[in-house]
Write a protein that binds this ligand. Structure first.
Ligand SMILES: CC(C)(COP(=O)(O)OP(=O)(O)OC[C@H]1O[C@@H](n2cnc3c(N)ncnc32)[C@H](O)[C@@H]1OP(=O)(O)O)[C@@H](O)C(=O)NCCC(=O)NCCS
Length: 182
C-alpha cells in the first residue's frame, strides 16, 4: 500500500478516509456502474461519467476541503466505498449532507455506519456545523437505517430539485451548539 501524497482526512477503528485520486477511477467505476448500487440515483455511470464524478470530487476538495472521500481498509489500504460531506441546498437553505456509497461486495458489515459517524463528528468538531442532514430516497431502507444509526431523525420529506424526486430529509443536531440552522 502506498500512501505517498495521500491526504488522509479521518480515521476510524477499521478505516481511514482519504481524498479520492485519479488512481481511484477503476474502483469508482465498479461502484458507480453497478445498477443495484445506483438504483436510487438517476442512473448507473459509464466511464466518462465516472471521470466527471472524480473531477467533481477534486474540484470540491479544492473549493471547500470536503466532498465524498474514499473509505479505505486500515488492514489492506484498499478502498471499500465512499463517504463524506457534500453541500446541498434544501428549500433555499445551504446544508451539509453526509453521503455514503459502499461497494456491493462489502454491504451489511457496518461499514457505511462507521464511516458516516466519523463524518458526523468531523462536521461537528472540526467544521463546527450546527447540524448535518442526509437526503434519502424513501424506498432506500438500508440508507435510512444507516441514517438512524448515525443518530439522525426524519425531519421532513422534500422535493429534491436537482434530481426532481422526493427525498426524506434526516437530520442530527450538534449537541455542542444550540443555535443556528446552517
Ligand atoms: C446504503 C449503504 C451505503 C449501506 O452500506 P452498509 O455498509 O451495508 O451499511 P451498514 O452495514 O452500516 O448498515 C446497513 C443497515 O441497513 C439494514 N438494511 C439493509 N438492507 C435493508 C433493507 N432492505 N431494509 C431494511 N434495512 C436494511 C442492515 O440490516 C443494517 O442495519 P442493522 O445494522 O440495524 O442490521 C449501501 O447499501 C449502499 O452503498 N447502497 C447504494 C448507494 C446508496 O444508496 N447510498 C445512499 C444514498 S442516500
Amino acid at each position: 500500500m502506498s500512501l505517498v501524497n495521500t491526504h488522509i482526512v479521518l480515521e476510524t477503528k477499521r478505516f481511514f478516509l482519504r481524498e479520492l485520486t485519479l488512481n481511484d477511477e477503476d474502483f469508482l467505476y465498479e461502484v458507480l456502474s453497478d445498477p443495484l448500487t445506483m438504483q436510487y440515483y438517476p442512473s448507473p455511470k459509464n466511464r466518462e461519467e465516472t471521470r466527471q464524478w472524480l473531477d467533481r470530487a477534486l474540484g470540491q476538495y479544492r473549493e471547500s476541503g470536503h466532498w465524498l472521500w474514499a473509505v479505505c481498509s486500515r488492514a489492506t489500504g484498499d478502498p471499500v466505498g465512499q463517504c463524506g460531506l457534500i453541500h446541498q441546498v434544501v428549500n433555499g437553505q445551504s446544508k451539509l449532507e453526509i453521503g455514503y456509497l459502499i461497494a456491493r461486495r462489502y454491504w451489511g458489515r457496518g461499514y457505511a455506519t462507521e464511516a458516516a459517524i466519523a463524518c458526523r463528528e468531523y462536521a461537528f468538531k472540526i467544521l463546527q456545523r450546527p447540524q448535518v442532514i442526509s437526503l434519502i430516497h424513501p424506498d432506500n431502507l438500508a440508507s435510512r437505517r444507516v441514517a438512524e444509526k448515525v443518530g439522525m431523525t426524519l425531519e421532513s420529506e422534500i422535493l429534491w430539485r436537482e434530481r426532481q424526486v422526493s427525498a426524506c430529509c434526516y437530520t442530527v443536531r450538534n449537541p455542542q451548539l444550540t443555535t443556528g440552522s446552517r
